[in-house]
Ligand binder design. Structure first.
Ligand SMILES: Cc1cc2nc3c(=O)[nH]c(=O)nc-3n(C[C@H](O)[C@H](O)[C@H](O)COP(=O)(O)OP(=O)(O)OC[C@H]3O[C@@H](n4cnc5c(N)ncnc54)[C@H](O)[C@@H]3O)c2cc1C
Length: 399
């Protein structure tokens, strides 16, 4: 196992041909690469799949951004007006392709980085990648995604369930489920939207909820919920909780009779615990009309049936686990003492962990103001930090 203490940098000067490596060709990695390039620093994006924006290519058909086009654009290239206010999945992919091309980013696809270590000469970072590659970079930006690895709870008896079982990441559209009973587990934005999509597509849908989510209108009289999110970032949590409670009472009907009471914990308090509110793209209406039936949390499976927290047993034809993702950073950087107990980087954006100067992370929070917006801001800040910390000096672009 490699030593996790950083070698001293005091006397060593890195050779002048080392780029900054950016791990991941999603919006976070592409925007960081652009911002570095804009400062004349050579950045090479390493992407494990065959294309940029691979996460977006895999999302379900119906998906549109719930953040506005303007507040979701990456630095150096706005999304075109013709994409509309709420940009579709396919247009997000088009935009990311165009972004890489427009800025002439240096991207190597089909390369997965498995481990990042201090370079043996103490002047940068050694990356272990696909095919035994060893790459040495002046600095590293980790942009491998908040939604990296699908997470499915370790439900007891799951192997007794013989119906179709899939994680939300494998869901595309309702077509294969028309006329069937489907249990969607988890009421984050993904579970809520998939439940509505299934109901629209003719499935009989139940939505299993452990913790009642906050639901907000995506837009009220032209005012996007994201605008409130951006403003809320600078206000005290208690104040935002109170304001959100008032707003919620005015704009969202009481759905207690349908199994969706108003949450006991404040909206922003929940955000600080990692749960962003659900943007309504049809759930309120579907629940009110009984097209989506809210049921208790899944506790496990027994004799092929789903067992709920209130004792109910269900035999759906299919279960869609919209139960989130893990960051899965342990193998990549866990040995560098840069992750907290939940597996998230101890610092992000323009700050490097104390034990790992020159190592940066982007995209590992789920902010109320929109992740794309925050990654766009962080990209510029990270590039500035790299230009300042000295690693930028060794990776200048020619000319
Ligand atoms: C369903 C859904 C809807 C969302 N909607 C919005 C929205 O409306 N507005 C908003 O602001 N945010 C939204 N987000 C959140 C966020 O903006 C997106 O997840 C965004 O794609 C995150 O960008 P990223 O670059 O951090 O990660 P990703 O887009 O996941 O990109 C990470 C890239 O890294 C590559 N990779 C991973 N590991 C390695 C490795 N070891 N080596 C090399 N390459 C690697 C992956 O193949 C991938 O291409 C949404 C997220 C989801 C899941």
């Amino acid at each position: 196992m490699a030593d996790s203490t950083p070698p001293t940098h005091s006397s060593a000067h890195p050779p002048p041909d080392r780029p900054v490596y950016v791990i991941g060709g999603g919006p976070g990695g592409l925007s960081a690469a652009y911002a570095l390039r804009a400062r004349g620093i050579r950045a090479v994006v390493l992407e494990k799949s065959d294309h940029v924006g691979s996460s977006w290519r895999g999302h379900y058909d119906r998906l549109h951004l719930h953040t506005t086009r303007r507040l979701s654009s990456l630095p150096g290239l706005p999304m075109p007006r013709r994409f509309g206010r709420w940009v579709s999945r396919d247009d997000v992919v088009r935009y990311l392709e165009k972004y890489a091309e427009h800025h002439r980013l240096e991207i190597v696809t089909g390369v997965e980085v498995s481990r990042v270590e201090h370079a043996p000469d103490g002047t940068g970072w050694l990356l272990h990648a696909t095919g035994g590659r060893e790459l040495t970079g002046a600095a590293v930006v980790v942009a491998t995604g908040y939604n990296h690895t699908p997470r499915v709870p370790d439900w007891p008896g799951r192997d007794t369930y013989t119906g179709e079982f899939l994680h939300a990441c494998a869901y595309r559209n309702a077509e294969p489920f028309a006329g069937r009973e489907v249990l969607v587990v988890g009421a984050g934005n993904t579970g809520a939207e998939i439940a509505v999509d299934l109901a629209d597509g003719g499935a009989r849908v139940r939505l299993s909820i452990r913790t009642v989510p906050h639901i907000v209108r995506r837009s009220t009289a032209g005012w996007a919920a994201q605008y409130s999110g951006v403003m809320a970032r600078h206000l005290p949590v208690g104040l935002v909780d109170r304001m959100a409670r008032q707003m919620g009472r005015l704009s969202v009907p009481d759905l207690s009779a349908h199994g969706l009471p108003r949450p006991g914990t404040g909206l922003y308090t929940r955000v600080t615990e990692g749960a962003v509110p659900v943007q309504d793209v049809g759930l309120i209406d579907a629940v009110r009309k009984g097209r989506v039936e809210v049921v208790a949390a899944v506790e496990g499976f027994e004799d092929g049936k789903a067992v709920l927290a209130d004792g109910t047993r269900l035999s759906p034809d299919a279960v869609v686990a919209a139960t989130g993702y893990t960051r899965a950073l342990e193998g990549l950087v866990g040995h560098l003492d840069v992750l907290d107990a939940r597996g998230r980087p101890v610092v992000q954006g323009p700050r490097s962990p104390r034990t790992a100067p020159g190592l940066y992370f982007t995209g590992f929070t789920n902010p109320i103001s929109g992740m794309l917006r925050e990654m766009a801001i962080d990209a510029v800040r990270i590039a500035k930090a790299i230009a300042r910390d000295g690693s930028g000096r060794v990776s200048r672009l020619p000319g």
